[in-house]
Design a protein around this ligand. Structure first.
Ligand SMILES: [Zn+2]
Length: 64
């Protein structure tokens, strides 16, 4: 499984490359919006995995 941190590092690499190639204000902004969407997708997935992990551990603890 790919880790969240390495996926984030990978989109930042793509973002930096794309930014350097962007030749217009609009192109620079488009890089940002695309990057933001990628962040949001990854974060959503990551938080979903974490809540699953939390719930698994929670289920092992007896209710008091
Ligand atoms: Zn970023």
């Amino acid at each position: 499984m790919v880790s969240y941190a390495s996926e984030v590092a990978s989109i930042h690499k793509q973002f930096n490359v794309a930014l350097k190639r962007a030749k217009s204000r609009q192109a620079v902004l488009n890089c940002y919006w695309k990057h933001k969407a990628q962040h949001e997708r990854l974060l959503k997935k990551h938080l979903k995995e974490e809540i699953a992990q939390v719930n698994k551990i929670k289920a092992r603890i007896k209710y008091k």
